[in-house]
Design a protein around this ligand. Structure first.
Ligand code: T4K
Length: 369
């Protein structure tokens, strides 16, 4: 008999009866969406939990990214990383912006600040870095470059729920930060996302943009979109927030165990922990190097045969997809670190309810090749 399938992640589900209480309330109130009570409560609760001042909820992270670019009126070229989920660059194309791919830092797999300046042209208007796997970017170096060249910074913070840096929440950096609350994320609302805004005025603009541009019942002053989060999603977020610390603790335990078990395996390297900075343990990427007896893809398939569904996040690179290949900055020769990382990376299953016995099984498969 085959072992039970283990996926790269499993959504964190709080007790169902706690959610039912909220659903009954929705049935009673009959407000299903358009900024209802739970929407307002979740915005407030998230500001408190994350340590930020203004949040605008969205129906998913991708629409959040698209709207963030609209809010800042970004045009021309934007410098970004090829080592991310494709939604990062798609948000640029949907705004008619050319993505300019810049290589990543081998130790963090985030955009390498030392390579940014060489990619700036007269058309560059912004930088869109990603806090990949929840590891904070070098926010100070990026801001310094942005200030020097008068560029905006929009962080794709899809992986960075709850991540701290030396000066508090990493989400406070840049002009805007965009979170994803997709089912596969540390904190989820089934589908969902949010933009962290620096002030009330920007939040008001973004709130309008996500509601078709309505100022009031009869006034529309910008071409907005429908990016609203429903009451059901917001209610789920509120329930989940009550249990998020336990979920993060479960992830931390699993992360620690992997690190201990895999530390001396020849040819398997993993990223350093975030040190003093607080991580959220959202992924557990390993790099399968040439000294390991199998290639990354062979290991991926070998695990699959044993019903372990690890994932190659992020392979292929965004710059390798046909829709992006045409851009000059997509040339693999200019992206050696990202290319190597995408060929070596394998994200092992990591979630709060991952049983220790399954982790032991995964590690013994990796060790006993
Ligand atoms: N920026 C970055 C850096 C991102 O990583 C993402 C999304 C975005 C922007 C866009 O944010 P959103 O618009 O999505 O809010 C997944 C997610 O769909 C995507 O949200 C995520 N990043 C990306 C990294 O991963 P897939 O295609 O790999 O997901 P899928 O359906 O294969 O799920 C992976 C595993 O999770 C499944 O094998 C089983 C488990 N799973 C999944 C779902 C959906 C469940 O157990 N239950 C579920 O409901 O993209």
């Amino acid at each position: 008999m085959k072992d039970k399938p283990i996926y790269v992640t499993e959504p964190f589900l709080p007790p169902l009866d706690e959610f039912t209480i909220y659903l009954k309330q929705i049935w009673k109130n009959k407000t299903l969406t358009n900024g209802g009570l739970f929407h307002q409560q979740l915005e407030k609760a998230l500001c408190e939990y994350l340590g930020v001042e203004h949040i605008s909820l969205f129906n998913n992270g991708t629409v959040g990214l698209i709207t963030a670019l609209q809010a800042l009126k970004i045009k021309g070229e934007v410098i970004t990383t090829p080592y991310s989920f494709v939604a990062t660059a798609h948000s640029l194309l949907w705004n008619g912006i050319e993505p300019v791919f810049v290589d990543i830092d081998p130790s963090t797999l985030n955009l390498d600040p030392s390579k940014i300046e060489a990619a700036i042209t007269s058309k560059t208007t912004a930088i869109m870095p990603v806090h990949c796997y929840g590891h904070p970017c070098d926010v100070e170096a990026i801001q310094e470059i942005a200030d020097r060249h008068n560029l905006k910074v929009i962080y794709d913070a899809a992986h960075a729920f709850g991540v701290q840096c030396d000066c508090g929440s990493v989400l406070k950096h840049g002009d805007l930060s965009v979170l994803s609350f997709h089912a596969t994320k540390v904190f989820n609302t089934f589908e969902g996302g949010a933009i962290v805004c620096p002030n009330a005025e920007t939040k008001r603009l973004i709130d309008r943009l996500k509601n078709f541009g309505f100022v009031d019942e009869v006034t529309v002053n910008v071409a907005g979109i429908n990016g609203k989060m429903s009451e059901v999603n917001a209610a789920f977020g509120l329930v989940q927030l009550n249990h998020i610390d336990a979920a993060l603790e479960g992830r931390k335990t699993a992360d620690t165990l992997y690190r201990a078990l895999l530390k001396d395996v020849m040819g398997i390297r993993f990223l350093e922990g975030s040190g003093e900075r607080v991580a959220n343990y959202s992924y557990f990427p390993i790099m399968v190097e040439s000294s390991y007896p199998l290639t990354r893809d062979e290991l991926y398939h070998r695990l699959k045969q044993s019903n372990i569904f690890a994932r190659r996040y992020f392979y292929p690179l965004i710059s390798e997809f046909p829709v992006y290949k045409k851009f000059p900055s997509a040339s693999p020769g200019m992206l050696p670190v990202a290319t190597k990382a995408s060929q070596e990376v394998l994200c092992l299953p990591l979630y709060s309810s991952l049983p220790e016995v399954e982790q032991l099984r995964i590690v013994s498969l990796i060790k006993n090749i």
